[in-house]
Design a protein around this ligand. Structure first.
Ligand code: 13P
Length: 249
């Protein structure tokens, strides 16, 4: 069972969201995979209604939350508001949040904690830049990003997902090789096992993200320690999203 998640980023308003669900043939994926979509927050309620109308099992999440539960934070979305609007998952620490909006490890910790307080399943994203990879600092960077969030996870008995998204592979057409992805995922898995024990760690899916397409999804999904994929551009088209899931059989 792999997790096939689509991060729509700042694409698709409510109309295009409804159109996506109208065209999504979730039945073609069968029960082998879990599908999750992260639409823009303004399209979440359209996604909730469209999903109901299409009778699909697709999980829904938001791409970001604020760490406070409420208050004077113009433009932000809190975990309780996201949950009330129908989100079940939340992306935390996506590389665009870290590198475009300057989100810190401390903030990702506080966002994971906020998600936990309100029953949202956090999907913590980690990943190194090209420069960090060239300097052979991949493990150091991704472990630091994971480490920052661990205190917010308690004993990690409640659901939690990790996503390894090398920054240089996002939106570039460059993909990590299955071996590179596996190596990073193993590093993360070993740290999770150390923190929470082997049984809990085995239940934490680690998704790969970065230019995943129908053509490369099969080999990535069959790589050791890859528990799913987090797809940007190729998740915007329902046929390509389903093709990615089907590649993972
Ligand atoms: P792309 O699949 O467009 O490279 O985006 C990956 C990503 O950032 C998913 O969160």
């Amino acid at each position: 069972m792999a997790v096939i998640a689509g991060n729509w980023k700042m694409h698709k308003g409510p109309s295009e969201t409804r159109e996506f669900f109208d065209r999504l043939d979730a039945g073609a994926v069968g029960k082998d995979h879990e599908l999750i979509i992260f639409p823009p927050v303004a399209s979440l309620s359209a996604a909730v209604s469209a999903r109901r109308a299409a009778s699909t099992q697709v999980g829904l999440g938001v791409q970001n939350i604020h760490w406070e539960d409420g208050g004077a934070f113009t433009g932000e979305t809190s975990a309780p508001i996201a949950a009330d609007a129908g989100a079940h998952y939340v992306l935390v620490g996506h590389s665009e949040r870290r590198h475009v909006f300057g989100e810190s490890d401390r903030e990702t910790h506080d966002k994971v904690a906020a998600a936990r307080r309100h029953g949202l399943v956090p999907v913590l994203c980690v990943g190194e830049t090209l420069e960090e990879r060239r300097e052979e600092r991949v493990d150091e960077v991704i472990l630091r990003q994971l480490e920052a969030a661990l205190p917010a996870l308690g004993d990690a008995k409640e659901r939690f997902l990790l996503a390894y998204e090398p920054v240089w592979a996002i939106g570039t057409g460059e993909t990590a090789t299955p071996a590179d992805a596996s190596a990073a995922h193993e590093t993360l898995h070993v740290r999770l096992a150390d923190a929470f024990g082997a049984t809990v760690a085995a239940g934490i899916p680690i998704l790969y993200g970065g230019s995943v397409k129908p053509a490369n999804a099969g080999e990535l999904l069959s790589a050791p320690h890859v528990g799913g994929v987090l797809v940007g551009g190729a998740s915007l088209d329902p046929e390509s999203f389903v093709a990615i899931a089907r590649a993972g059989r």
